[in-house]
Design a protein around this ligand. Structure first.
Ligand code: UT7
Length: 338
């Protein structure tokens, strides 16, 4: 008797959304003590997109989610997860509102907060829900509006972050094939809570006073740089081992788009040629939980079905993770400008 085939999770749809307002390095240099040369050479970023007042994380999430559903050819799913650290409200979660606005009915919908690792955490969560038969299809959206958290006068951080959303539809398959995700590896180290943080606005310090520096996003850039390279490289090695892939099998390395130098160093550290590192941050900056799905959507046309993709992220918490994906045959995904 043939062995029963294992249930796997496959990528069935992809979409994205960006605010229509693009902000170039030269635009920022008009009000901040910075230059296009510094930003480009230290980060690799040329442009980012910024929400106008009145546009929120959920608006981007709905647009990206709609595009991913269209791309998958579906008008219903069993669950919605929104990975975000910039929800519309401190309470309630953003996902139920997104699900309702997408016309998905009364399905379970929840937020997941792992900052820039949120999308990889979300993939691992959706994969487990699908494998446990809790869902046949999950819409996972990474959406963030970090320009609402960063003090616009803080040159160290204002040049890095952009707003956006990226979404995937994940479905159940038997043994998969193209589109199949491999096992995920996740980690965290809460002793690094102060590496990336907004102190005010939570239960520890509920009052937000924008004249107080604790109201704004802070990051220990150099320490985060070193921790990000080490944790992403380590989790990539673990993900490769569990998938049974060699570094040279990786056709595309899609790392969280925080800094071009970080991505190049991760590639070198794990032995993947640097030209296989997908670079999208030049156009959108660091979009936190949206960065991996947006990079996938933007580069989908350059990835052939059956090619091997390695995903990895590092973010506040500190949190990190990695996983593998064998690229599916997809219609060309759309990234909306809203
Ligand atoms: O998304 C979550 C994960 N995040 C990351 O992975 C980010 C990791 N960190 C980084 O990417 C980099 O550390 C940054 C891009 C944030 C900063 O680059 P850096 O090369 O580490 O610069 P630095 O913070 O060490 O600063 C070097 C110098 C400083 O001046 P002094 O003290 O040497 O005189 C800064 O004041 O660069 C100065 N500087 C700037 N100069 C011009 C900092 N920001 C700017 C700026 N323009 N925008």
């Amino acid at each position: 008797m043939a062995a029963a085939k294992l249930r796997t999770t496959v990528l069935q749809g992809l979409g994205g959304a960006l605010p229509s307002r693009a902000v170039t390095n030269d635009d920022l240099a008009k009000t901040l003590d910075t230059t296009d040369e510094w930003i480009t050479s230290r980060t690799g970023i040329s442009t980012r997109h910024k929400v106008e007042p009145g546009t929120s994380t959920s608006d981007l999430a709905v647009a990206a989610g709609r595009r991913a559903l269209e791309n998958a050819g579906l008008d219903s799913v069993d669950m919605v997860i929104v990975a975000t650290s910039t929800p519309d409200y401190r309470c309630p979660a953003t996902a139920p509102d997104v699900a309702a606005r997408l016309g998905l009915g009364t399905i379970p919908a929840f937020d997941l907060a792992a900052v820039c690792s949120g999308f990889v955490y979300g993939l691992a969560q959706a994969d487990a829900l699908i494998k446990s038969h809790a869902a046949e299809h999950v819409l996972l959206i990474g959406a963030d509006t970090f320009t609402t958290l960063v003090n616009p006068t803080d040159r160290a951080n204002a040049v890095i972050f952009g707003d956006g959303a990226g979404a995937v539809v994940l479905g159940a398959a038997r043994d998969g094939g193209a589109g199949r995700f491999g096992p995920f590896t996740l980690g965290s180290d809460g002793t690094g809570v102060d590496l990336i943080r907004v102190e005010a606005g939570g239960s520890r310090q509920p009052v937000i006073d924008t004249a107080d520096p604790t109201a704004w996003f802070t990051m220990q850039g150099r320490a985060v740089f070193a921790a990000a390279v080490a944790a992403m490289a380590d989790s990539c090695r673990t993900a490769l081992n569990t998938a049974g892939w060699e570094a040279d099998d990786v056709d595309h390395l899609v790392a969280h788009q925080a800094n071009r130098r970080i991505m190049t160093m991760v590639a070198a550290s794990i032995g993947v040629p640097s030209e296989r590192a997908v670079i999208h941050l030049d156009r959108v900056g660091n979009t936190s939980a949206a960065s991996i799905p947006l990079a996938l959507a933007a580069h989908a046309g350059q990835i052939r079905p059956g090619e091997r993709v390695l995903l990895t992220a590092f973010g506040g918490g500190a949190t990190w993770g990695a996983g593998t994906l064998t690229w599916p045959a997809l219609e060309a995904p759309v990234i909306d400008l809203i």
